[in-house]
Design a protein around this ligand. Sequence first.
Ligand SMILES: Nc1ncnc2c1ncn2[C@@H]1O[C@H](COP(=O)(O)OP(=O)(O)O)[C@@H](O)[C@H]1O
Ligand SMILES: [Mg+2]
Length: 340
Amino acid sequence: MTDIKLQSIAKNFGGAPVLSDIDLDFAAGSFTALLGPSGCGKTTLLRLIAGFETPSAGEILFGTRTVATPEHQDAPEDRGVGIVFQSYALWPHMDVAQNIAYPLRARRIESSLIAPRVAAALRTVDLAGFESRRVDELSGGQRQRVALARCLVAETQAILFDEPLANLDVHLRASMIEAFRAIHQRTGATIIYVTHDQAEALALADRIAVLDGGRLQQLGTPQQIYGSPANAMVAGFVGRGSIVSATVDGQGASVAGHHFAARGTAQTGPAKLLLRPESLHLADAGIAATVDGLSYKGPVYELHLTITGSRERLVLDSPEPVAVGAKVHVAVTDAWIVPG
Ligand SMILES: Nc1ncnc2c1ncn2[C@@H]1O[C@H](COP(=O)(O)OP(=O)(O)O)[C@@H](O)[C@H]1O
Ligand SMILES: [Mg+2]
């Protein structure tokens, strides 16, 4: 297990900043998701950790060892990290066992030791007995499991995932999420998992680091990121919800003349509030609003509303359909005062 530390990391490409002032500490054995929109710098951050890019400023440490500064770089093969990409990067002309054995052969491990390790890695990813299958006979999910087994067989202390489920369909993604969690528990490896999918990040990780525009926006547990986002970017990017204008006082917040309890900073005056759908319901008293539209979401109807007297929107889940144009009141059971 390796503790990975990024200290004041910056990366520029041709003078343009792609990452700025990143301080992140990945404790040994932790499972962290790096979450952010496309182009925010997630892959660049992984490539810096793996050793495929050089930082423009700052320092990367594995335990107490400095592996990268702008002046000095440890080679990728000396860092002992495994990477699983979105594309499987398997060798099409090799069978499953040969693909998985590749990192061991590259390290000149004795042949008699290789087969048992390949078989063990295949058991870990639920592909026992697949040794002699051809890669092109496998489904997308099975190929991703082989790529994962190839990474596991090397027994690296840290595993970096770059959107490994992006090419898989929804059902496979759910089963792979289970597999990743199980593998983390079994191996105790330090895992850094890049995704632009907030649901995946919430489901998988112990901690989520949210990136936007090359800057760290928030580091927290899934519950902190969802329930107490550090700014409007995180509030808007993670989960469903509405951000509305409010007036905050010592007892809570008011929206369109309706007062209710709110969590967050003690500041008073105008503020932005995050209202999640599960904290809103139709009631006799509450924020006056008009129903603009609805869509059926399995057990519930997602209602879209406009607050009376403003152009701000709310979204809530109703067990019953409500006619478009209906005048309703929305009671609030939880609200978060968005900092900043
Ligand atoms: N080798 C490179 N040369 C120039 N620009 C790059 C290079 N790699 C990435 N970028 C730019 O850096 C930004 C972040 O890219 P990337 O780390 O791939 O984001 P993400 O993985 O979050 O989608 C993008 O604007 C991308 O175009
Ligand atoms: Mg990327």
